[in-house]
Design a protein around this ligand. Structure first.
Ligand code: FES
Length: 279
């Protein structure tokens, strides 16, 4: 039972990579999907298993290679910390794809300075955004936090033009602390921000944004109509285990001021002005 109208497309695994230590990325030859995918989209992966079972996963799109017709998706870790059984997939195997799932991360019109805050899990949801923004000529600052340096996203996975700012809880790299210690100095610079990760990270971004919109601020581009732009200024993506991915199970529902939304349909990004986080 699927609510998605599109027929599955069989795609071959053409490469495997790592998004962060222990987090697998799968590259799939799926040229018919490339043109329709945007940052924020996910795909539904289906692999036939022994005994007639079918393994389903919703995986965020992490990179696109239009020339090769390749789509890279990130496998999200399971909520119980276990290894995803798709993580043993091999080059040359085939999976069926449907999608896209979800909505593109909205872009603030005329934004030139993008701030992205993420943790290791959130990175899968914003990697394509970061790359696309660099291609568009926007300046990008990535603020990331982890328990320790070994858990950080390898800088080699990011375009060289991205400025990377790091906080670690144990002080092994960058600032000792967490993302809340770093964000205030960058919110004044950015004209769009996207935070993706655990709820603590998202809360820190929301509180930095609140100060940002309440404080008076001028930018190199002069004054702005702060209320309207402030409303869409910060989008948040709370990482979660996606269930059905097709709007049916309700497992991804979050409350907003304008009613409940399903992260797999109306999300994954939520405009912070409509997000009350259940409070
Ligand atoms: S994951 Fe089932 S409704 Fe979103």
């Amino acid at each position: 039972m699927s609510m998605m109208g599109t027929a599955p497309v069989v795609a071959e695994v053409v490469g495997l990579g790592e998004l962060a230590p222990g987090r697998i990325a799968i590259q799939l030859h799926a040229p018919s999907f490339v043109a329709g995918l945007r940052p924020g989209h996910a795909l539904h992966l289906l692999r036939a298993e022994a005994g007639g079972y079918r393994l389903r996963r919703v995986a965020p799109v992490t990179l696109l290679d239009p020339l090769r017709g390749v789509v890279e998706v990130g496998l999200q870790p399971r909520a119980d910390g276990g290894r995803d059984s798709l993580a043993d997939i091999r080059i040359g195997e085939r999976v069926a794809l449907t999608g896209p799932i979800g909505q593109p991360i909205p872009k603030v019109p005329r934004s030139t300075q993008l701030l992205v805050a993420c943790d290791g899990e959130g990175f899968a949801w914003v990697r394509l955004l970061i790359n696309s923004a660099v291609v568009e000529g926007r300046s990008v600052v990535l603020v990331q936090s982890a328990q320790t340096a070994a858990e950080l996203i390898p800088a080699a996975l990011l375009p060289e033009r991205v400025e990377i700012v790091v906080a670690t809880a144990d002080g092994s790299l960058g600032v000792r602390g967490d993302i809340a210690d770093l964000l205030p100095q960058y919110v004044a610079w950015a004209d769009q921000a996207v935070a993706a990760g655990a709820s603590t990270l998202v809360d820190a971004a929301r509180s930095a944004a609140r100060k940002h919109s309440s404080g008076s601020r001028t930018t190199a581009r002069g004054s702005r109509s702060s209320r309207r732009e402030g409303d869409a200024w910060l989008s948040v993506i709370v990482t979660h285990e996606v269930g059905c991915g097709s709007g049916v199970c309700g497992g991804c529902t979050v409350p907003t001021r304008t009613g409940s939304i399903r992260l797999c349909r109306e999300g994954p990004a939520i405009d912070v002005s409509s997000f009350d986080g259940g409070r």
